[in-house]
Design a protein around this ligand. Structure first.
Ligand code: THU
Length: 130
C-alpha cells in the first residue's frame, strides 16, 4: 500500500523513544501538517497508568503547541501483525484537531491499514454541537 516513506520512517524512528516501561508496547506516530511538515510523537506511560498519553495525542499536542492547525494524515506504527488502531480518546482529539484525517496504520515492515477518521469516529461530538 502506498504511504509516504518519510512519514513511515519518522513514525518508526520515534517509536524507539517510547516511554513504555509498563506495557512494553511501543507506539510511534508521525503527523503531516498541511504545509508538509512532519511532527512526531511516542507513547509516554506513567506509574499511575491512567496518566499515560498515547503516541497520537503526543504528536497532535506537539503540533498544536508548535503552531500547526491543519493536517493531512497521520501514520501510527506498532510492532504488531494486525493493525493497531487509535484508542477512543485519541480518536476524539484527532477528529477535533485533524478532521477527516487519513490514518495509516503500519508495523516495522509494512502498512497494515489505510483509513479515514470519519470512519473511525462516526457520529462525532464536536464544536458544531455546542
Ligand atoms: N497506545 C498508543 O500510544 N497508541 C495506540 O494507538 C494504542 C495504544 C499506547 C498506550 C500505552 O502506552 C500502550 O500503547 C499500551 O496500551
Amino acid at each position: 500500500m502506498a504511504a509516504s516513506e518519510a512519514l513511515l520512517a519518522a513514525a518508526r524512528a520515534v517509536r524507539e523513544r517510547a516511554a513504555a516501561d509498563f506495557s512494553g508496547f511501543k507506539v510511534g506516530a508521525a503527523l503531516e501538517t498541511a504545509d508538509g511538515q512532519i511532527i512526531t510523537g511516542c507513547n509516554v506511560e506513567n506509574a499511575s497508568y491512567g496518566l499515560t498519553v498515547c503516541a497520537e495525542r503526543v504528536a497532535i499536542f506537539k503540533a498544536i503547541s508548535e503552531g500547526h492547525r491543519a493536517f493531512r494524515r497521520i501514520v501510527v506504527v506498532a510492532d504488531t501483525e494486525s493493525p493497531t488502531p487509535p484508542c477512543g480518546a485519541c480518536r476524539q482529539i484527532m477528529w477535533e484537531f485533524g478532521g477527516d484525517l487519513e490514518v495509516i496504520l503500519a508495523n516495522l515492515t509494512t502498512v497494515t491499514a489505510m483509513l479515514q477518521m470519519k470512519d473511525l469516529l462516526p457520529l462525532p461530538f464536536d464544536r458544531r454541537l455546542l
